[in-house]
Structures are given as C-alpha cells and as structure tokens.
Design a protein around this ligand. Structure first.
Ligand code: UD1
Ligand code: MG
Length: 476
C-alpha cells in the first residue's frame, strides 16, 4: 500500500425518506450550501484523488450541483437501486480500479466532520497497519445507530446494526458514525464477501469490520470529540438544529476575529462569506452567498447583502439590498437602497433612499440621494443625480447605455432616454426629457417653456367659484 495515496468515496445515493422532500436530501442547504458540499470540500482539502460521489436518488441534480461548486475533477458512480451502504461502495470500486492506497468513506449528509478528526483517523490506519479504522461517538441516545462491539482488550470486534442487535447489545453506548478508512486492497476483496442476510435485507458496509477480524486483521477506532461532528441530517428538524449550530459557530468565529454583532440572535452570515475586523453588523442583517466585506464597514439594521463585495469603510444604512454589486471605500448606501447585479459604487459616492442601480458604475464622490432609477449607466466622478431621475434604458426590445461624464448636474425629475451621452460638466435642467446628447459644459432644457400671466390668479379663482355654485344649483 502506498503511504500517502488517498481516495475518498462519498455516499449520497440514499433517498432521505424522512426529509419528506422532492429534492435529494444531500441538496438541502446548510449555511447556504448544499449538504453534500461539506464532505466534498473536506475531501478536496485532504487533496484526495480520486474523489467519487455515489449518487442514486435524483442522481443528475446531485451531480450537477457538485460539479457547479467543486469543478469537474470529482468522479461519480451511480447506484441505481439503493441496496445498502456496502452496495453503494461496491458501485464506486470501478472508479478505484488500480488504486492501492487508503479509501476514506464519508456520508453525504454528515456536514461537520473536521479535518482534525479525519487526519487522526488516517494517521491511525497508517501507524497501526489496520485494515480499517472507523469513527465512533457516544451520543446521548444511541437508538437507531450501529453499536460498536469491543473485545476484552478494547479491540473493535464488529458493528451490529440497531435492528439486528440483541437487547444486551443495544445497551452499548458507543456507536458507529458511518465514517471509515479502509485499505483499498482489503476493501476490494472484502466487499465481495458481503451478504444481505440481515434485518433490512441490505449489504451493510459495517459487516466489513467482522470480515477484517475473520481474516486476522485489526480494526482501529477514533472517538469523535464532539458528537456534533458526526451528526447526520435525517429530517428537517435535525437540519434546522445543525443550521442553528452552524450559524452560532460562524458568528462566534467572526466575533473572535474582530467583527461586532449587536444581536447575534438575529444576524445571519453564510458559510462562504468573509468579513474583516472592526466591521459592525446590526440586528437583522443577512450576509449571503460568497460576500466579501472589508474592515471597518458598518452594516445597519435589516440590510441584506448577497454575493456583495464591500471594500473597507463602507456604510450601509438600514434596509438596503446589495446583490452581486461592489461598493468601494467611503461610499454610503441607503437607507432603502437597492444595488442590483453588476453595479459598482466608487469611493465616497452616495446612494440614498429609494434609489435603484442596475449594471451601473457610480463614479467617485458621485451622488444619487433620492428616488432614482439608474440602469445600464456610467456616472462620472462628482456628478449629482437629482431626485426622481430615471434612465430610460429599455424600449421593450433592447437595453441602451446612459453615459454621464464627470461633474455633471442632473436636475430633479429628469428623464434620460438612452442611448444618450451627457458630457463632462454639463447641466440638465430639472424636469427635462433628454433624448439627444448634451455637450461638455452644455446647459440642456428639455421641457415646455413656463408662462406667467400677471394678476390672473384671482380672476381664475372667481370664475371657478361661480362655476361651482352654478352646478350646485342645477343639481338641487
Ligand atoms: C449507517 C450505519 C450505522 C451508523 C449510521 C451512522 C450501515 C449499515 N449502518 O446507518 O452503523 O451508525 O450510518 O449515521 O452502514 N446510502 C447510499 N446507498 C444506499 C444506502 C445508503 O448511498 O443504498 C447513503 C445514504 O445516502 C447516506 C449514507 O449512505 O448518506 C448512510 O445511509 P443511511 O441509510 O442513513 O444509514 P443508517 O441506517 O443511518
Ligand atoms: Mg443515516
């Protein structure tokens, strides 16, 4: 056996009946990531090769989700009928032909197994020359789990499934976590000896332990320090339990790394997001996807950031939504702003209440402080976008660009019909509809000329009054 070669097989073919779901169990999300991504990423951190995921129930969807996240270096083996965990591993063996190292077997629904426990398990196989090493735990309630039978010298003898166990065996508190390391050559030979003459009529992977003993080989065990590490998801209550645990852990680690949370109970940060020190998260903030938040940012009440990228020192005022957009140092967003995908707000720019940006670059120090829609646009440094400004970027068929230069002043309620350019230092009068380019330093009026008739207001009032009285009389 080569010393350092490691293959990983991830069991993810089961239906997950107890989830009561149309979706594959391993695609349910924890911390914003599918369950199966946890063992896959653990395998990648171990630099295992090959990594084989056994899929069965909703195989195509599981395969697609794994490829999307983890690239195409992951192999798949299909288990058409779910005839047990031993049968699942048999399906992976073709992908391991010619492999003579060690095989780590993980469950697709056990997300918290640590690198440390895995490495301890691998080290034990190597040190003692065991045919197999399994991870065990001592849960409060061992019901349902396979029990670990040990001999007089504490050596592992076999695993008995709950359904096959005698009353006496059911008293054993140490259980099998479903995570193992096998010598590949032993595994290959022993799988052929598996039978399905048990309570569930399945090929149990756990029978490999007694097979190893029968062949005169030894079996090791590593007890997981924290039972949560090896806890699996079988139903949605467990999923939410693990979610709660995961969230608490993410927030705790962030706080220890220098992020302030005013109220961790109402703060949500996904597993893939990163936040730098001295950033403050206020209550009701959600940081989702793979967001990146720099140091010293202040994200205020109720804001939602999805795959957002914030440089250091950004302020997000309450109830703002930033989706797939970038915000640079010193910029201020909100309250009630919406940044849509591919937008970028440059240094010290301001986006205020009820302003929506879509695919728009708002230059350094530029301001759009109230009630505006700026889509498919470039706004130069220091420009001011007045309240009520709308870029008309869409004619029902195509989308067009509005290109605003530096130092431009766009007055309130301007309608900018794209494609259109408003060049450097131009001035657009309030209420204008702009359909043609405006030259640099140009002053554009695109509205009806105002007329004032002197002293005619009182005459108008009297006329109106007379008319109202006449119609009242008529209706009597
Ligand atoms: C298994 C162990 C049990 C252990 C427990 C820990 C066996 C026989 N028993 O029981 O000793 O205490 O895990 O959680 O292994 N799967 C497939 N194909 C199948 C069956 C299962 O891919 O035909 C996958 C499932 O998707 C799941 C994993 O294998 O990811 C475990 O299967 P599950 O049915 O949950 O096994 P348990 O009955 O929990
Ligand atoms: Mg299970």
């Amino acid at each position: 056996m080569s010393d350092n070669e490691l293959a990983v097989v991830i069991l993810a073919a089961g239906q997950g009946t107890r989830m009561k779901s149309d979706r594959a169990k391993v695609l349910h999300e924890l911390g914003g990531r599918p369950l199966v991504s946890y063992p896959v990423e653990l395998a990648q951190r171990l630099r295992a090769n090959p990594i084989v995921v056994v899929v069965g129930h909703r195989a195509e969807e599981v395969e697609k989700a794994v490829r999307r996240r983890s690239g195409d270096r992951i192999g798949f083996a299909e288990q058409k009928e779910q005839k047990g965990t031993g049968h699942a591993v048999m399906q992976a063996m073709r992908a391991l032909s010619g492999f003579h190292g060690r095989v780590l077997i993980l469950s697709g629904d056990v997300p918290f197994l640590t690198l440390e426990t895995t490495k301890n398990t691998l080290a034990l196989t190597k040190k003692k020359g065991h045919a197999a090493v399994l991870v065990t735990m001592k849960p409060q309630d061992p019901t349902g789990y396979g029990r670990v039978r040990r001999g007089p010298k504490d050596e592992v003898l076999s695993i008995v499934e709950h359904k096959d166990a005698t009353e006496e065996e059911r008293q054993i508190g140490e259980v099998n976590a479903g995570i193992y390391v096998f010598e590949a050559d032993f595994l290959r030979a022993a799988l052929q000896a598996l039978k399905n003459d048990n309570a569930q009529g399945e090929y149990y992977l756990t029978d490999l332990i007694s097979i190893a003993r029968a062949k005169g080989r030894t079996v090791g065990a590593v007890v997981a320090k924290d039972p949560i590490e090896v806890e699996g998801v079988n139903h949605r209550a467990q999923l939410s339990e693990l979610e709660r645990h995961q969230r608490a852990r993410i927030l705790h680690e962030l706080m220890l790394s220098g992020v302030t949370m005013i109220d961790p109970a109402t703060t949500y940060v996904s597993a893939d997001s990163r936040i730098e020190r001295d950033t403050i998260l206020e209550p009701g903030v959600h940081i989702r996807g793979a967001s990146r938040i720099g140091a010293g940012c202040h994200i205020q009440v109720g804001s939602i950031l999805q795959d957002a990228q914030l440089s250091a020192g950004v302020t997000v005022l309450p109830y703002s939504l930033i989706d797939n957009a970038k915000v640079r140092t010193g910029a201020r967003i909100g309250p009630f702003s919406r940044l849509r995908p591919e937008s970028e707000v440059f240094e010290d720019a301001h986006v205020g209440n009820f302003v929506e940006l879509k695919k728009t670059k708002l230059g350094r120090g530029a301001k759009a402080n109230h009630l505006a829609y700026i889509g498919d646009a470039k706004v130069g440094a220091g420009s001011n976008i007045g309240a009520g400004t709308i870029t008309c970027n869409y004619d029902g068929y195509g989308k067009y660009l509005t290109d605003i230069g530096e130092g431009v002043f766009v007055g309130s309620n301007a309608t900018l019909v794209a494609p259109v350019r408003i060049k450097k230092d131009a001035y657009v009068a309030a209420g204008s509809t702009i359909t043609d380019d405006v030259s640099a330093d140009g002053l554009a009026f695109g509205r009806a000329k105002q007329v004032v008739k002197k002293g005619r207001a009182s005459a108008l009032r009297q006329e109106a009054k007379k008319q109202a009285e006449a119609s009242k009389k008529k209706s009597k």
